[in-house]
Write a new protein. Structure first.
Length: 204
C-alpha cells in the first residue's frame, strides 16, 4: 500500500482535537472534496456532479485513512457529510414557517450520522480487499434504503442523484433504481481510492 511515510503522519496523540493535527494536504482534500460533492448536483453543475460520482468522495476518504481511531473517522465523516447536506438541501430553508430552521439542521445531522457510521469502515485493510470494497458500497446502499423506515421516510438526495447528470448513466436507474446508482457511485469512488493508495511508488 502506498500511503504517506509514517514519519510524516500527523501526531494525533499530542493534539487535543483531531482537526488541529491534520496537515495542509488533508485540509486541501477536505476543502476540495466538499466543494465537488456539495455543489456537484445535476441541477447546479452537471459536470461537477459527474466528477463527484467518480472521485469526489474518494478525496475525503483519503483523509480518513490517516485517522487512527474509529471515533475520529466517525465524527469527521458526520461533520463533513452533514455540511454537504446543509448545502444540497438548503432549498428547504425557503419554507415559509420558522420551524424549518430547527428541522433543517436536524436532518443534516441525522444524515451526517449515516456517513459517520460508514466512515468506520473506511480503513486501509478494507480498501485493499476488493470484496470488502463491494461490501462497503452495499453497506452505504442499505443505510440509504433504511431511511425509508426512519427519518420520517426521508428519501431525498441519495448520492446516486449525481449520476443523473448523464443521460447514459441515468438509464441505470430504470434497471436498478436510484439505490442502484448510489451503490455504483460509492463503489467507483472506493475503487478510485484503492487505485490511488496502490499506485506505484516513485523511484528516486
Amino acid at each position: 500500500m502506498h500511503l504517506e511515510d509514517k514519519g510524516k503522519q500527523p501526531n494525533f496523540e499530542q493534539k487535543p482535537f483531531m482537526i488541529l493535527a491534520l496537515r495542509p494536504f488533508h485540509y486541501m482534500l477536505l476543502l476540495l472534496s466538499f466543494i465537488i460533492v456539495a455543489f456537484g448536483q445535476p441541477a447546479w453543475e452537471p459536470w461537477l456532479a459527474f466528477v463527484s460520482s467518480l472521485f469526489g468522495y474518494a478525496l475525503f476518504w483519503r483523509v480518513l485513512l490517516d485517522l487512527p481511531s474509529g471515533k475520529q473517522r466517525f465524527w469527521l465523516s458526520t461533520a463533513w457529510f452533514g455540511g454537504v447536506q446543509a448545502v444540497q438541501i438548503s432549498w428547504m430553508l425557503m419554507h415559509p414557517y420558522s420551524y424549518i430552521y430547527a428541522i433543517h439542521p436536524l436532518i443534516c445531522l441525522l444524515l451526517g450520522l449515516q456517513a459517520g457510521l460508514f466512515g468506520l469502515l473506511v480503513k486501509p485493510e478494507n480498501i485493499q480487499k476488493l470484496y470488502r470494497v463491494i461490501g462497503m458500497a452495499g453497506a452505504w446502499t442499505l443505510l440509504e434504503w433504511s431511511r425509508l423506515f426512519f427519518l420520517s421516510g426521508y428519501t431525498w438526495n441519495p448520492v446516486g442523484i449525481a449520476l443523473t447528470s448523464s443521460v447514459y448513466a441515468l438509464q441505470g436507474a430504470s434497471l436498478f433504481g436510484v439505490f442502484g446508482l448510489s451503490f455504483w457511485v460509492i463503489l467507483v469512488n472506493a475503487l478510485a481510492l484503492r487505485a490511488w493508495i496502490n499506485r506505484p511508488a516513485k523511484r528516486p
